[in-house]
Structures are given as C-alpha cells and as structure tokens.
Write a protein that binds this ligand. Structure first.
Ligand code: UGA
Length: 435
C-alpha cells in the first residue's frame, strides 16, 4: 500500500515515519523546501526522541521519501493523510485554510481511487465539508477522519502503542483499507473504534479538553492545598488509585501549554458557541489555566520577598514540557517576561537548547548547563520537568547561588531533601512557607 502524508509537523512526520516502519511505502510532502531538504539529509525537523533513528532506517530501506511536489505525490497513492496545522484564529476557532489549501492542491492529479484521511484536528463537520469541496471540483474521493493522540516527547511510542485507533468512516471499502493500514498494531490488541465522521472529530476535541480540565482541576486543588496544609502530590496519588479517576494527568504545575490543549479547548468552546450550546466547564478551564500563569509569577515574587528587581533569577526549563524543544504557548513565556518587566536579571537553561526559545527571548543568553545558569542566583525556578533536573547535586548548587531559594513549579523534589541541602523551598500545592 502506498501512503502520502501531507504536512511534516509532529503528527505528519511521526505518522509517516511510523507507517514506513510498519512496511508501507510512504511519501511525506511539505511545501517548505528547506524542511524537505533537511529531511532528505536525514535530519528530522522536529525534536523528538527516537525519531531520527527510525527515519534513517526507513529511508535507507527505500520505504520513506520526502518531496515538495504534492501533485506528483498523490498520483499513484492509495491513502492520503492530511496532517497540516489548524492554528487558532483570533476568535478561538480553528483555522482550516491549510487543510483546504492542501486538498485543493491534490485535486488536479489525485488518484481517483485513493482515500483521503484527515488527521489534522478539525471541528465537527470539517471532513464532510472537505468531501463536498472535492465534489464541487469534480473529484469523488472517499474521505475519513482519523484523529491522532500522540504526545510530543513520546510521539513514536504513542504512535506504535496507542490506547486506541478512532476511524470516522462512511463506507465498507474505507473500513477495509484503513483496517489493513493499522493491521500491524493487531498484535498489541489495540482497540479500533469505527464511528461517523462527526463522532471521530468530536472525540479528539473531547479527549484533549477533558485532559486539560483534569490538569486544571488538580491545579485548583493545589491552590487549596497551599492554604489548608495538604500535599497535592499525595492527594493526586490518592485520587489516581481510584480506577474510575486514573492517575494520569494529575500532576500539578504551572498550567498546561503546548500547541494542542490551549488551541483545542478554545476551538471546542468556539464550536459550541457557534451552534448555541453552553459549555461552562470548558470556558472555565481556559480561564483558570490563563490565570495560573500570573499566579505562578506571584508565587515567585513572594518567594523573593515581593520584589525581583535587580535579582538574579535562574530558570531551569522553558519548553512547555520535557523532551521537546517546543515553546508554543509555554507557560515560561509569560512568566519570564513578567519577571523581566519586574526588573529581574534572568538566566535560562533548557536541555533542548531550543532555537524557538532563543527567538522568543532574544535578549537572554541560554546557559550551557544547570550549574552555570545558577551561578550567583538569588532564586532558581524549575519550570519544566526535564529528567536531568530530578537529581541535581543540591549541595553543589547551594555553593553556587547567592541566595538559597528554589521555586519548583513541577514538584519534582520533596520538601525535606531540598531543605536539608540548605535551600528555602517553594513548590505548588504544598503548605506555603512564611519566609
Ligand atoms: C496533547 C495530548 O496529550 C495528546 O494526546 C494529543 O495527541 C496532543 O495534545 C495533540 O492534540 O496533538 P501534548 O500537547 O504533546 O499532547 O503534551 P501533553 O503531554 O499532553 O502536555 C500538555 C501540557 O499539559 C503540558 O504543558 C504539560 O506540562 C501539561 N501537563 C500534563 C500538566 O501540567 N500536568 C500533567 O499531569 C500532564
């Protein structure tokens, strides 16, 4: 089976590489010639553990090629995946222009027996609109919607061992072909759920909004813990042991970020408003998560005696989560900017040495290591839970800093281990220190 994947972002590139790993012939298409030449040279254009090795292996096996020629790529293909971005518009709704642009570009040359599968996250009704758009242009392709649930930083593993495959389809033929496509996952007993196009589209938004809500809920419980003296890590553990609740996505922190949860919660809200359905839980999740960032700034200020003016603040981790270089909607952006505006002298260290971070903070130098970053610090702020921050030599760090203050917004340490190294320790969802 020949597959074409349009768009080489996180979803497109990872899907293309993994389908090639299953043994299919895959062509990945991107308009951006620089990206394509980078990919042809065996360099992934995204930071994703394990991807490069798999990509090179499949390129060498001749199963994976990259091109910017979409017209040629869709001539003799069996399945076309559209995996381009659907960014937020100013009103929160999803911008579908890249999806329709890609669909328009396949029209002149597409194999009329191919199946067009939308993998981009799109609002309910969009896949059907694509089908109608094709029909208006004289092309009667069968369409499907196949949401992707991979997480950045664990994308290959998530693709290879998903919890489920959701396929929004409308015909037996499409069911047969897409079942064959995911047949390699059969050995892991991965459930495949066939639904209507609309149900599949909504399943993706509902899943992301629910996870965003779960994180927001535990962050609100963290606020409560700080006042009443409970420990949010232990509350989360207690809750998570109930199988009905589950222990995932109950890690309190600086609020969710990234390219998906903020965008998709807003798109779901916008969709509901458009069709006259009230979704106060989703609206409140968005609002509460936005407030979370200023609350984190207040926490840092308070730990620094209510002023950071001329103080050296060292930030460990600026990407929106660990194992990525992605800065999109990262809580660090607002937090670092607010601290700079309050007069702090900022230093940053991030293990990804993110190029995006360099562009976002052009006046800041990214340090080479945790220890150089913390030299002479008045406060250390842990903003992203990279593994290498979990076992720092706290005694060595204590000797580097000017003032022994750690503000751990990911709760990766216990109070006693940090305090016993001589630091004043501030975290989230644990009783607030008075000094
Ligand atoms: C998310 C979903 O988890 C994926 O299933 C989905 O496919 C993807 O969006 C998408 O729609 O493409 P991702 O944004 O890569 O994946 O990252 P997550 O691991 O979900 O983290 C999102 C944010 O929530 C991060 O800022 C993270 O730090 C935060 N988070 C996550 C918490 O604050 N606490 C948690 O317990 C978990």
């Amino acid at each position: 089976m020949k597959i074409t994947v349009v768009g080489t972002g996180y979803v497109g590139l990872v899907s293309g590489v993994c389908f090639a790993e299953f043994g299919f012939d895959v062509t990945c298409v991107d308009k951006d010639q620089d990206k394509v030449s980078c990919l042809r040279n065996g360099e992934p254009t995204i930071f994703e553990p394990g991807l490069k090795k798999l990509m090179l292996k499949n390129m060498q096996a001749g199963r994976l090629v990259f091109t910017d020629d979409i017209a040629e790529a869709v001539k003799h293909t069996d399945v076309i995946f559209i995996a381009v971005g659907t960014p937020s518009q100013p009103d929160g709704s999803a911008n579908l222009s890249y999806v329709f642009q890609a669909v328009e570009e396949i029209i002149p040359t597409v194999n009329q027996d191919a199946i067009l599968v939308i993998k981009s996250t799109v609002p309910v009704g969009a896949t059907r609109s694509v089908k109608e758009f094709l029909r208006q242009h004289g092309v009667e392709l069968e369409v499907a919607f196949n949401p992707e649930f991979l997480k950045e930083g664990a994308a290959v593993e998530d693709f290879m061992h998903p919890d489920r495959i959701i396929l929004g389809i409308e015909s037996k033929r499409v069911k047969k072909i897409l079942t064959a496509l995911y047949r390699p996952l059969y050995v892991f007993n991965i459930p495949i759920q066939f639904t209507s196009l609309e149900t599949a589209e909504l399943s993706k938004y509902a899943s992301n909004a629910f996870l965003a809500m779960k994180i927001t809920f535990i962050n609100e419980i963290a606020n409560l813990c700080e006042v009443c003296g409970a420990d949010v890590n232990d509350v989360a553990l207690a809750m998570g042991l109930d199988k009905r609740i589950g222990d995932k996505f109950l890690q309190a922190g600086p609020g969710y970020g990234g390219s998906c949860f903020p965008k998709d919660t807003k798109a779901l809200k916008s969709l509901a408003e458009k069709i006259g359905v009230s979704m106060p839980l989703v609206s409140e999740t968005i609002r509460s998560n936005e407030l979370r960032r200023s609350k984190m700034v207040e926490k840092i200020l308070s730990a620094c005696g209510n002023s950071v003016k001329d103080k050296n603040i060292s930030v460990l981790g600026v990407t929106f989560k660990a194992n990525t270089d992605d800065m999109r909607d990262s809580p660090s952006v607002e937090i670092v900017q607010a601290l700079m505006e309050a007069g702090a002298v900022m230093r940053i260290y991030d293990p990804s040495f993110s190029e995006q971070a360099k562009q976002i903070f052009p006046t800041l130098r990214l340090d080479e290591s945790v220890y150089s970053c913390c030299d002479n610090a008045d406060a250390i702020v842990i903003l992203t839970d990279w593994s290498e921050f979990r076992a720092l030599n706290l005694h060595e760090l204590r000797n580097k800093v000017r003032n022994p203050v750690i503000i751990d917004l990911r709760n990766i340490y216990t109070v006693s281990e940090v305090e016993s190294a001589g630091f004043r320790y501030y975290s989230v969802g644990r009783k607030i220190r008075n000094n």
